[in-house]
Design a protein around this ligand. Structure first.
Ligand code: PLP
Length: 361
């Protein structure tokens, strides 16, 4: 009791009022809730990973520079030579560093909503104010509303997830150009799902006065590693880098990533396979009664249930059948009838469809 009382008088009240970020637990379930790549690494790559781990000295701190990893990331992901590069313990860490670097207490962080929840959480953690600009009812970017909000709120940071999570759409380059021209501060183009989309801002990462490009390896098969990277003009990256905790990329992450990136075509092939399955799953889902499937450029589909069974009931029924998808009840009301379904293997899609046909019958 004493600890509870001391914590209650010491921990920031706004933190006490938060509920902790819920991470789903799902052993031996079909996991279609977290945009993970369902394909493991082939034996040849696992052997390379094991050899890299074995050769790593765990008694030493990570090196101050990551030259080999820098070169490997640039080559694997098309980062331009003249862009500066910053590594993070997942792109979540980089989101947090960006807000810390740009925002004084009360400054505004702006993003369309619904979008990635860490944009708002990071703003709150660092005493910034969050301005969410609702998407249109069919989950498109509301550009006039974005421009009006940017004008009115003068955000230090604008986060754009391109493609957007959890809706799946990719904002047009023209709309993003317009936002870049209007934004008084930094625009972060978060390309977590770029491997499943057409187009990227990465080739322009060094040339934009007020934008940086954020990526992660989480959605292409390495979610367990915790590695993200931020590419942009050196004057921005050098400042944000000052806040990076020393040694944020541990020796195993570095060694394993270097080993896996030698087999980058394996990851590309898995992403291509997932992407190729997206239209088929969307078509099958759309054939069910009372279901709307939103267009997706990512490795998930957002689905709206307007029949007699609501999204929450469908979520529960799927859970009983050991199939995990993401339910948004309790979150943004715009998503109340929606489930987000990550792409899985053909067998997982078949099991999902069989379960849904059964549940909705
Ligand atoms: C999943 C996701 C991330 C987080 O990536 P990590 O590197 O795993 O921290 C960042 N941005 C968006 C839009 C995401 O959906």
């Amino acid at each position: 009791m004493n600890a509870a009382r001391r914590a209650a008088t010491t921990i920031r009240p706004d933190i006490q009022a938060l509920s902790a970020y819920a991470v789903g637990h799902a052993e031996d379930a079909i996991k279609l809730d977290a945009m993970e790549n369902p394909y493991g690494l082939p034996d040849q790559v696992r052997d390379a990973v094991a050899a890299a781990a074995r050769a790593t000295a765990l008694n030493r701190y990570p090196a101050a520079r990551h030259d080999a990893l820098d070169a490997a990331v640039r080559a694997a992901f098309g980062v331009p030579d003249d862009a500066a590069l910053l590594f993070g313990n997942g792109s979540d860490e980089l989101i947090s560093l960006i807000v810390q670097a740009c925002c004084e207490p009360g400054d505004v962080v702006l993003s369309p909503v619904p979008s990635f929840v860490m944009f708002e959480l990071s703003a709150r953690f660092h005493h910034a104010r969050f301005a969410g600009v609702p998407l249109t009812p069919d989950f498109q970017l509301d550009l006039p509303a974005m421009l009006a909000a940017i004008q009115a709120r003068q955000p230090k940071v604008v986060f754009l997830a391109v493609p957007n999570n959890p809706t799946g759409g990719r904002w047009s380059d023209a709309a993003i150009e317009t936002i870049l021209a209007a934004a008084p501060g930094l625009v972060v183009i978060d390309e977590a799902y770029q491997p499943y989309a057409d187009g990227t801002w990465m080739p322009r990462a060094a040339t934009l006065a007020n934008a940086v490009v954020l990526r992660t390896v989480s959605k292409i098969g390495l979610a367990g590693l915790r590695f993200g990277y931020l590419a942009g003009p050196a004057p921005w990256i050098a400042q944000i880098d000052k806040l990076r905790p020393p040694y944020n990329i541990d020796v195993l992450t570095e060694a394993v990533l270097l080993a896996v990136l030698r087999y980058k075509p394996v990851l590309d092939e898995q992403a291509a396979r997932l992407r190729a399955s997206r239209d088929d799953l969307a078509r099958e889902l759309a054939s069910l009664p009372g279901i709307t499937v939103y267009p997706s450029s990512a490795n998930f589909l957002l689905v709206r249930f307007s029949g007699k069974m609501g999204a929450n009931a469908v979520h529960q029924a799927l859970k009983t059948r050991r199939i995990r998808v993401r339910d948004f009840s309790g979150g943004d009301p715009a998503l109340a009838d929606c489930l987000r379904i990550s792409l899985g293997t053909p067998d997982e899609h078949a099991a999902l469809m069989a379960a849904l046909r059964d549940i909705l019958a």
